[in-house]
Write a protein that binds this ligand. Sequence first.
Ligand SMILES: CC(C)(COP(=O)(O)OP(=O)(O)OC[C@H]1O[C@@H](n2cnc3c(N)ncnc32)[C@H](O)[C@@H]1OP(=O)(O)O)[C@@H](O)C(=O)NCCC(=O)NCCS
Length: 195
Amino acid sequence: MNADERKSFAAFLRPERLEEPPRSLAGLADRKALRVNAGAPASDIEAIRHVTESAFARPDEADLIDQLRCDGDVLLSLVVEVQEQIVGHILFTRMCVENTPAAALAPMSVLPEFQNRGIGGQLIREGLRILRERGERIVIVLGHEHYYPRFGFSTEAARNFESPFPPESYMAMELSPGALDGVRGKVRYPAAFGL
Ligand SMILES: CC(C)(COP(=O)(O)OP(=O)(O)OC[C@H]1O[C@@H](n2cnc3c(N)ncnc32)[C@H](O)[C@@H]1OP(=O)(O)O)[C@@H](O)C(=O)NCCC(=O)NCCS
């Protein structure tokens, strides 16, 4: 894979799995805080880079987040803190299906030692709740077909989209009923995705 391909959005499909992860939130729940990373202070930017690089074991996705932030394409950035340390992050950016606005979920990261404790799920649910509250109507994700459906995403909802991604991994969901009615055509991502 060359450098450009590594930076492409499709590279997000590469799974990162932990061996024998801890399954319980026991002892973590009461020390965990989720907050909107609205102003992105310098300390958060560094911490988000660390979480993202650690989760993906390479800098590409962290670079992408920095570029999206610089370009003003971030819709929502959420972090999870455990004892004041940022251990998880999720980003939503503005995208369109032809001329219909949607939110793209990508990338999302949890520090390897905190994975498989429900933090990723918490980030997604809270992100969707906030986007719905803000009046966003459609969310799109490229990801694992066994993970994202539990939050309401489906490949069926994305069937009318023209995208460069494998249809079995390309999913959408409505945040308000009927939001996807008649929505079809090419997906358009922020320039930083390099599509
Ligand atoms: C994906 C990620 C953010 C999930 O965070 P998390 O806190 O571990 O997620 P949760 O604890 O809520 O959910 C864990 C579940 O997701 C599954 N899962 C996690 N990553 C997965 C992957 N890449 N492919 C398939 N399933 C995955 C786990 O098997 C587990 O499933 P189960 O509940 O059926 O056992 C985290 O694993 C991570 O940072 N991975 C590396 C970066 C990445 O691949 N990001 C996603 C693409 S942008």
